[in-house]
Design a protein around this ligand. Structure first.
Ligand code: ADP
Ligand code: ZN
Ligand code: ZN
Length: 744
């Protein structure tokens, strides 16, 4: 008798372990590792589904009382062994249940019938056809005659088209088919947008690009696998390096996964891959239908494609011969999942690369502090591109002090400098981009005179405005009321930040009547393809000014833009978490990189209330090293990643007192488990979460910090068990987030 260890397909901690079932004889072929099966569960033998994690010959309990698997679920997509290993690793490293991890690594759940292309084909010999035609005339078979008439002109008709145009029903076609006049041919067609794109000549790589490619390739050819950080300024030709490496890997018979943050997954980018690799490329994105997604999965599994491009979930493409994983813009927050498990694609990709014997290339113009630190430590190999690939020179950048503008009586959204430059460009018929660093502006308070944001005295993090005038720290729970005047300079111009893209548009039209303006923001890109349509229109010159949030700075290449204006660079500095400065630097550097992409020289104006802030000063000169040094000093001082690791534990309950009790108990247990040795980590909290109540749940937080990730995993294991033990914790929902990206 064979036995199977099954994970039940319900994401409950209580069921987060395998259950052993016997495999009946008739299922011995199909009930294998990875298969989805139906089993009787619990005292009532409720029928539940689950996945087989492992099989063996040894029963754990009395074989006579071990239940049997009922059946293998028809049409379910099964897991591969590698996915199971990956899921286990993700659960351990990022929390959540095994079932949640399995669902994450399984990119499609259910078979979706393939699209079939059906063609009506005339098969009868001419005499038979004529005879049949005459008969149809005599019997007044109007519908059949419409079909036969069409078949006189063309011997093959597209089924769907014929059905619509000739107003045929299936039964008419069936009848003619039965009479042996036509047959219906069916072919499986895969939905692929690559059709019709021509290969373009590839550029000759410059010396820096060649060095990058050869460094990776000489390792690869020697059988060495590793992680590389390709650090190249915007427009330095990173994508060409990716393309070249992918091409070489494919030549070796291997496959590649190219990760791109969803926001920059534009047709412009994807087209370059299509042009190079044609039908062997597939793209995953959020707008695909279930059927399209399934097609991609099948084609990948069958080895019909060599390259999968997509956001973080593309990591789970079932390639058998994975040779290379590439991750563009590795610093992007989009690579961290917000669902459970809250995995980061970078770490997950690194583990997947180890599992499969692939190499990993991380690319960025502004690497995350994590990646750059590892590159400095020698954990990653650093490859650099220091110059723009095309002749284009780096843009001229100017910082404008908005406090000065205010002092001199300019209360408009545009500084005098920006207005002057905009006027020039518009008169010359060149294009302008206005970037509103909106993310995180909502709810942060700052002084318009001195530029200081109001910060928590314990955490050096911006306080967030809550209803009723309360200001809260999202990290430690510190609370205060909004002051009437600025604590730094005494000015009364203190208030909530808030400028929308619409207001910017109004201001442009007020200053420059008759200007054609396009807006790209959450509102205008709601519809399918909205984002692309706007980019396309702007790139065709249908508008002179493009206004947008961070969407406009990602992935687009507009050759006629010669001026980029950043309306208020500080907005993202007050986002209320420790990554705010990093995000600001990155957004500003990227926005600046949009100007002067081609022959025309570019200029950038950064408007700010804090012209001396290091993230702004360094971004203006694309001085990554300078930014890195100062930001790391800050992180080290306050013990934030990457100088340490953080595990956030979020405890949520319907009753405030119960949630608080559970949180206090849990913190106590974690404290007790701390060993007094050096580096064992610190535990702080519980404190009410920044968002203290959400969806009618009260939220409390515990933060665990340790330089060693393994310590956090130990604490996580302990806390996950504890969750099931006390009465109050059983009433709560407890979530874990390793090295969180967003505040709670
Ligand atoms: P990145 O990915 O670093 O932003 P890209 O690969 O998109 O840079 O390159 C920027 C522009 O320069 C693109 O239009 C690309 O076609 C062009 N380019 C890249 N490498 C070369 C090269 N070696 N010779 C000429 N043009 C190049
Ligand atoms: Zn002030
Ligand atoms: Zn605080």
């Amino acid at each position: 008798m064979r036995y199977a260890d099954v994970i039940i397909d319900i994401s409950l901690e209580k069921l987060d372990k395998t259950y052993q079932y016997a495999i009946p004889e008739h299922l011995s072929e199909t009930a294998v590792v990875g298969a989805k099966v139906e089993v009787p569960f619990g005292g009532g033998n409720r029928k539940l589904e689950g996945f087989i994690m492992d099989t063996s010959d040894t029963p754990v309990f009395d074989p006579a009382r071990t239940k049997e698997i009922l059946c293998v679920v028809q049409g379910a997509v099964s897991l591969e062994r590698r996915s199971i290993a990956l899921a286990y690793w993700m659960k351990e490293h990022f929390g959540g249940t095994m079932n949640e991890a399995l669902k994450t690594v399984l990119p499609v759940k259910q078979e979706v019938r393939n699209l079939k292309k059906r063609t009506i084909v005339r098969i009868a010999a001419p005499e038979a056809f004529e005879a049949y035609y005459a008969l149809a005339v005599k019997r007044k078979y109007e519908a059949r005659l419409r079909l036969l008439d069409a078949l006189k002109e063309k011997t093959e008709l597209d089924y769907t088209e014929a059905e619509q145009k000739l107003k045929l029903t299936t039964s008419t076609v069936d009848a003619v088919c039965r009479d042996g006049i036509v047959c219906v041919r069916e072919e499986t067609v895969y939905r692929n947008p690559a059709k019709g794109l021509q290969a373009t000549e590839k550029p000759r790589l410059n010396e820096e690009q060649k060095t990058a490619v050869e460094t990776v390739w000489s390792d690869y050819a020697a059988g060495k696998r590793g992680t590389y950080l390709l650090f190249g300024v915007t427009g330095s030709g990173k994508t060409e390096v990716y393309l070249e490496l992918i091409e070489r890997v494919i030549r070796e018979g291997k496959q590649a996964i190219m990760l791109i943050p969803e926001i920059s997954l534009t047709f412009q980018t994807v087209r370059r891959f299509y042009e190079r690799f044609g039908e062997r490329v597939s793209v995953l994105h959020s707008r695909l239908s279930a059927g399209e997604r399934y097609d991609q999965y099948v084609r990948a599994r069958n080895g019909e494609i060599d390259v999968m491009i997509g956001p973080r979930s593309a990591l789970f493409t079932p390639f058998e011969r994975l040779g290379l994983i590439l991750m563009d813009e590795e610093q992007e927050g989009a690579y961290k999942s917000e669902g459970t498990p809250k995995y980061h694609a970078r770490e997950t990709a690194q583990y997947l690369a180890e599992l499969t014997g692939a190499s990993l290339i991380l690319g960025s113009a502004t690497p995350s502090l994590e990646a750059y630190t590892r590159a400095k430590n020698g954990e990653y190999r650093l490859l650099t591109l220091t110059r723009r690939a095309k002749e284009a020179v780096m843009p001229k950048v100017e910082i404008v002090d908005l406090r000065q503008e205010l002092a001199e009586g300019n209360r408009s959204m545009f500084s005098r400098k920006l207005k002057e430059l905009m006027g020039e460009r518009l008169a010359r018929g060149e294009q302008v981009m206005l970037f509103l660093n909106r993310r995180g502006y909502a709810g942060t308070v700052s002084c318009r005179s001195c530029g200081e944001g109001l910060k928590c005295p314990h955490c050096d993090i911006s306080l967030t405005f809550h209803k009723g005038g309360k200001l809260l720290c999202h990290y430690c729970g510190y609370e205060t009321t909004q002051p009437k005047t600025c604590p730094s300079c005494g000015s009364k111009y203190i208030g909530l930040f808030g400028t929308g893209t619409q207001k910017v548009e109004e201001a442009v039209l007020r200053e420059f009547p008759g200007t054609s303006v396009l807006r790209m923001d959450a509102d205008t890109t709601k519809n399918k393809g909205g984002h692309e349509r706007i980019a396309e229109a702007f790139s065709k010159g249908e508008a002179q000014v493009l206004i947008g949030t961070q969407m406009i700075v990602k992935g687009h290449d507009f050759p006629r833009v010669t001026l980029v204006g950043i309306i208020a660079a500080d907005l993202s500095l007050y986002a209320g978490d420790y990554r705010a400065a990093e995000r600001t630097f990155c957004l500003l550097a990227q926005a600046a990189g949009r100007a002067g992409r081609d022959k025309l020289p570019g200029e950038v104006v950064i408007q700010t209330y804090q012209p001396e802030h290091y993230s702004i000063v360094t971004a203006a000169t694309e001085d990554y090293e300078g930014f890195y040094t100062q930001e790391m000093a800050y992180r080290r001082l306050l013990r934030y990643p990457p100088t340490t690791h953080v595990l956030a534990v979020l405890i949520q309950g319907e009753e405030e007192s119960t949630a608080k009790k559970a949180a206090v108990e849990l913190a106590g247990i974690l404290q007790a488990a701390r060993k007094p040795e050096e580096g064992f980590g610190t535990i702080s909290g519980p404190v009410p979460a920044g968002l203290a109540k959400a969806n009618d749940m009260y939220r409390f937080l515990i933060y665990i910090k340790s330089a060693k990730y393994e310590r956090l995993m130990e604490f996580h294991r302990l806390a996950a068990q504890q969750k099931l033990l006390t009465e109050s914790s059983m009433k709560c929902n407890i979530q874990f987030d390793f090295n969180p990206f967003n505040g709670y």
